[in-house]
Design a protein around this ligand. Structure first.
Ligand SMILES: Nc1ncnc2c1ncn2[C@@H]1O[C@H](COP(=O)(O)OP(=O)(O)O)[C@@H](O)[C@H]1O
Ligand SMILES: [Mg+2]
Length: 322
């Protein structure tokens, strides 16, 4: 059966209760993800972009239920994974995998590359040990490594090669959906494009659907079909790639784009530069979360939460002033 969407996230919220600063204080809540919705068509790449701390990784982990969402739903090929029992979820894990930013910290340094790649097959009990070893060699080839490199340890590889091992590990159980959480952010720019090209090639070959997370506008522009811009736990703008870069609407997105050196519309955008840091998601600003840093903010921006509404074909924005 063919689905309209591989992934359908609806009003996802993930709030963390954290320690009280003192005995009589109220228990603070971190609103890391606060009402996020998006869909990804089969075989497409959906980008999530925003500054550090805006809730991208929490969204990534929540979508896979590696962190338990507070509310909302995540449908994968029509199955709401938020409703699955622990057991059913374990069985369903083969369909969805994740690649992290720092390959080194997501691998055991005393485990060979081959064993690292075999791990999901072992845990998910896919194939006999002999089949698993054959699959590992096949996967090494798919990500551009040599079969005999399966006996090497993580420190014997370069950063780019280590990320290839992580890609192979994610690919091992033959998933439909891979979440890539800043997969190239720790790599040199020259190596970044090699890994991005590898991901694009594997997507073509296996019809993979990606949720691609990055703080780097240039990277999402390179690889994503659709892009959502996140600020303090909410999506502020969402559009297909073309529309986002041609007709950028939200002042926050403009500021992010102005920080990208190469775009030729820089001059038009340079009037917006981001001041200060992202406010704490424990105590987010009222109304539009961005109003404290927005050069155009008016009174109502601090009072009313702007809804995400469609302003152009395939282009949504949450701003009172657009
Ligand atoms: N397990 C947790 N407990 C409490 N707060 C958390 C936890 N995980 C993330 N946060 C907080 O949630 C916010 C969003 O974090 P994160 O999703 O990692 O953002 P990003 O990936 O965009 O940098 C941050 O303020 C972070 O400190
Ligand atoms: Mg992150």
């Amino acid at each position: 059966m063919k689905y309209e969407y591989s992934v359908k996230v609806d009003d996802l919220r993930t709030h963390f209760k954290v320690h009280r600063p003192h005995l009589f204080a109220e228990q603070p809540t971190v609103y890391a993800v606060d009402g996020v919705s998006f869909e990804i068509e089969p075989g497409k790449t959906f980008g999530l972009v925003g500054e550090s701390g805006c809730g991208k990784s929490t969204t990534a982990l929540s979508v896979l239920r590696l962190v338990e969402p507070t509310s909302g739903s995540v449908e994968l090929n029509g199955v709401d994974i938020c409703q699955l029992s622990e057991n059913d979820l374990r069985n369903y894990r083969r369909h969805m995998q994740i690649i992290f930013q720092d390959p080194y910290s997501s691998m055991n340094p005393r485990t060979t590359a081959g064993e690292i790649i075999r791990t999901p097959l072992r845990i998910l009990k896919i194939g006999t040990p002999k089949e698993q070893h054959e699959r590992v060699e096949e996967l090494l080839g798919l990500v551009g490594l040599r079969p005999e490199q399966k006996n090497l340890y993580p420190h014997q590889f370069s950063g780019g090669q280590r990320q290839r091992i992580c890609v192979a590990r994610a690919l091992a159980p033959n998933p439909d959906f891979i979440v890539c959480d800043e997969p190239v952010s720790a790599l040199d720019v020259a190596i970044q494009s090699q890994i991005l090209n590898l991901l694009a090639r594997l997507q073509q070959e296996f019809g993979l659907t990606y949720l691609f997370i990055s703080h780097d506008m240039a990277v999402v522009q390179h690889i994503c079909d659709e892009i959502a811009v996140m600020y303090l736990g909410r999506i502020v703008e969402k559009a297909d790639r073309r529309s986002l870069f041609l007709d950028v609407q939200h002042p926050y997105t403009k500021a992010l784009l102005a920080a990208v050196p190469t775009t030729d519309n820089n001059s038009k955008l340079s009037f917006v530069s981001l001041k200060g840091d992202v406010p704490s998601p424990m105590d987010p600003p009222s109304g539009c979360h961005f109003h404290t840093r927005c050069p155009m903010a008016e009174t109502r921006c601090s009072k009313e939460i702007p809804k995400l509404r469609q302003v152009l074909p395939n282009h949504w924005v949450a701003c009172h002033l657009v």
